[in-house]
Design a protein around this ligand. Structure first.
Ligand SMILES: [Zn+2]
Length: 234
């Protein structure tokens, strides 16, 4: 749908829900299979454009697939790494927004980060990075996660009109890369069949890589298998 069409359709529509788990957002895989979807965000910006090489090397060494939600600013700062990740069949690339803003039709904020102001702002936040990814990958991304993972129910509908699905999580693996390795390990070991785990791949000094390296083999030992979102969500 074009920008004008989105603006016209949603101009007078009020949001009625706000947060990480609002109507229309996928937070778990629709299955009882013993599978877990690992998702790693790369948020970009002045304090978020690092690359956790140890984390990615661990996933590769163990053949563990994941879906990577990349923001435009992170891609700009890591274009060589981007191409390396995009070429690796272990990983699928998702859309983590253009300016990393909460997705709101009325300017709501999350964690002090100002959200988009209206339907046009939602359109721009989603399509800026969608178009960048489509040009780089040769196809548009299927999944979207807002900066801070916060969105309202109207924004979720706009994302769907734009051909993407908002995917969040039921297991917060690293609390924005603030967890110690032990905290990451405990959080990730709480995953259940069908869980979607969020963590970050843009803070190499954090505890994420070490915590994942401790937790993920133990999940394999208890019969879990890791999958990309696209294997269970469409
Ligand atoms: Zn982020």
């Amino acid at each position: 749908m074009a920008r004008d069409g989105v603006i016209a359709r949603y101009r007078d529509v009020q949001a009625s829900a706000w947060g990480i788990d609002v109507p229309g957002v996928t937070t778990v895989l629709p299955t009882a299979d013993r599978v877990i979807a690992l998702t790693f965000d790369a948020c970009g910006g002045p304090h978020g454009s690092g690359y956790d090489h140890a984390l990615v090397a661990f996933l590769r060494a163990h053949g563990m697939p994941a879906t990577l939600f990349l923001n435009s600013r992170w891609i700009d700062a890591n274009i060589r790494v981007f191409h390396e990740l995009a070429a690796d069949p272990l990983f699928a690339i998702g859309n983590h927004g253009t300016s990393h803003r909460p997705l709101s039709v009325c300017g709501r904020s999350a964690y002090g980060i100002k959200g988009t102001d209206d339907a046009a702002g939602v359109f721009d936040e989603v399509t800026g990075n969608r178009d960048r990814l489509a040009a780089l990958l040769g196809h548009p991304p299927r999944f979207f996660r807002a900066g801070t993972a916060h969105c309202d129910d109207v924004a979720v509908r706009i994302v769907a009109d734009l051909g993407e699905r908002v995917v969040n999580f039921d297991v917060n693996g690293d609390a924005g890369a603030t967890f110690t390795p032990g905290q990451v390990e405990r959080a990730v070991l709480g995953a259940k069949p069908g869980s979607i785990v969020i963590a970050h791949m843009n803070h190499p000094a954090g505890g994420t890589a070490a915590g994942m390296a401790a937790a993920l083999p133990r999940l394999i030992d208890t019969g879990f298998r890791f999958v990309r979102l696209s294997e269970y969500v469409w």
